[in-house]
Design a binder for this molecule. Sequence first.
Ligand code: AMP
Ligand code: ZN
Ligand code: FE
Ligand code: FE
Length: 279
Amino acid sequence: MHGTADLHTHTIHSDGTLTSVELIKRAKSVGLSAIGITDHDSVNGIDEAIAAGKGDDIVVVPGIEMSTCLNEKEIHILGYFVNHHDQQLLESLEILRHERYKRAERIVKKLNSMNIPLKIEAVLDHAGNGSIGRPHIASAMVDEGHADSYQQAFGKYIGNGRPAYEKKMQCSPLEIIKLIAEAGGLSFLAHPGTYLTEAELIQIIEAGIDGIEVIHPSHDNGLVEYYRGIVNHYYLLESGGSDYHGGMKGDDSLLGQVTVTADAVEAMRRRLYLDAHTE
Ligand code: AMP
Ligand code: ZN
Ligand code: FE
Ligand code: FE
């Protein structure tokens, strides 16, 4: 396979604004050969994306983004080539999405106690049938006139450590890496940036992570070189992408701008093939 791949994108099934079909059309128009769909705690957009990808001649890598917690830090893990019909995976995702709903209710309650009369229904309007996240709450707050901007909603109320912040359900990296492996997928540490100590990074590698998202809009050249060095040292795989949310966060021009070569997808396939044939 030739060309470029954007392996980190979101749809309406979590906090993106485009449907899978719209996203595939955009991917085609910006010249991508492959796209990874990585919604938070949901694989519900995958089948539609694969069907659309066939029509548009774009390879769709079935993926997911999941949240884990290590030493009170939130760490995101991407799963690629998961079997998106795997029963255990689907059941776990149902639970995680239900927990997200209950957390949104808790955040709304906290906002209400701060004299912000936001209703959960307004949040649900933004989330639709997708995994509910703080971006939906921020958008609802702006729409209802409770915040001046999306950024202000986070900065003043719902960002990490702000007064209406609530944690998500806590899972360890090991639990999530295991869940992804049992669904036949490969797990990648998402956008590690600068928030991990080296000891924590090694702990995650020892938990069985298959690769690192080296390329991400939040990584400067220095971080790319650093994580590429780690990938090579530990025989890991490299992934990357734009973390495109369909314009949700002013990222409208990002799709197709932050990419890896399609070789990264081939390397994942080879790793899965070898895993299956050396056990
Ligand atoms: P959640 O999964 O509900 O915890 O929401 C996390 C998402 O909210 C992240 O992917 C970010 O896009 C967004 N987010 C978190 N903190 C901020 C912030 N301070 N400003 C803007 N967006 C943020
Ligand atoms: Zn997101
Ligand atoms: Fe993330
Ligand atoms: Fe993401």
